[in-house]
Design a protein around this ligand. Structure first.
Ligand SMILES: C[S@@+](CC[C@H](N)C(=O)[O-])C[C@H]1O[C@@H](n2cnc3c(N)ncnc32)[C@H](O)[C@@H]1O
Length: 290
């Protein structure tokens, strides 16, 4: 049982709810334009490092004829994903040693995974399992814009909590998180170095601004709550990261403070008190052909 990512790095709700927004149908045309896949065909798609499965769910909606398999090393993500989407074959597996025959898939796809896996394995395994002419899609998140509302700012108690945790947090090194970062120029060159041809790059802009009238009340609440889940799960992870340095009472107090702040943000939204906090992600899509 491997729960390293879900326990120490990013929890289920953090990934699932942020990615559900990132891959909302509102943004589907941007992605479909960059993916250039034939939605009328019964293509075989493999998602690498699927986490709790929000991208795989979106692929099901956008390519209803496709046959989708999705793998991740984290047992908790795969358990959650299997419960939520029955049309995808979710599998606990390692991207560096895929349990598939050569030339099995028409498409491989990943979102924010390439920076965590040694490139010769990450690209080599996808190249091996793709059919000749198959498409490799690598999605990564570029520098975006993140403006937080004043009611979410950290209090002194919260700042001290995070300072204490950061002193003991070596999980990034220990679990090779972001061990292979690449610039927007290096990514396509690397894909090419591992044999992919006809490389194309493109960018989707995912603008999540709760106060913008184009978003429904439900979606605005989802944006605020996605940030709430990220903070709450980070506090819970702190207990695993620094178990002897922080107490359960401290984490409970942190969670209470966090919930009060996000409840306040929801109330402001409901009363129409605009804050114009925003989270704009720029998602780079690199597309290569085997
Ligand atoms: C930043 S998360 C992204 C998850 C998902 N793609 C998403 O956007 O929600 C990185 C994911 O890669 C997975 N991962 C890291 N190394 C892996 C490996 N060698 N094999 C399979 N999955 C791996 C982690 O378990 C984690 O789910």
């Amino acid at each position: 049982m491997n729960v390293i990512w879900s326990q120490y790095i990013q929890g289920i709700k953090t990934l699932y709810y942020s990615r559900k927004l990132r891959f909302d149908d509102m943004f589907s045309e941007q992605y479909k334009h960059l993916f250039e896949l034939d939605s009328s065909k019964n293509i075989k798609i493999l998602e690498i490092g699927c986490g709790p499965g929000a991208l795989a769910e979106a692929l099901c909606r956008w390519y209803p004829q496709a046959d989708i398999t999705a793998i991740d090393r984290d047992s908790e993500f795969i358990r959650f994903a299997k419960e939520h989407e029955k049309k995808v074959a979710f599998l606990e597996s390692d991207a560096t040693n895929l349990p598939f025959e050569d030339h099995t898939f028409d498409v491989t796809i990943s979102n924010t995974v390439s920076e965590h896996i040694e490139p010769s394995k990450f690209y080599g395994e996808q190249y091996r399992v793709l059919k000749p002419g198959g498409v490799c899609l690598v999605l990564s998140s570029c520098q975006g814009i993140n403006i937080i509302p004043s009611c979410i700012a950290l209090s002194d108690f919260e700042k001290q909590f995070w300072e204490k945790v950061s002193q003991y947090d070596n999980s990034m090194n220990r679990y090779a998180v972001c061990k292979y970062p690449m610039s927007e120029a290096e990514l396509p060159l690397t894909m090419e170095a591992y044999g992919f041809q006809k490389i194309k790059t493109g960018f989707a802009t995912i603008d999540l601004t709760p106060d913008h009238p184009r978003f429904s009340l439900d979606m605005a609440h989802d944006m605020i709550n996605a940030n709430r889940y990220t903070e709450i799960e980070a506090i819970e992870s702190a207990l695993h990261i620094a178990p002897n340095q922080i107490t359960i009472e401290e984490t409970e107090k942190m969670k209470r403070l966090t919930n009060v702040k996000f409840d306040k943000r929801i109330k402001q939204y409901d009363r129409g008190e605009k804050q114009w906090d925003t989270n704009v992600s720029i998602i780079m899509v690199v597309r290569g052909i085997k």
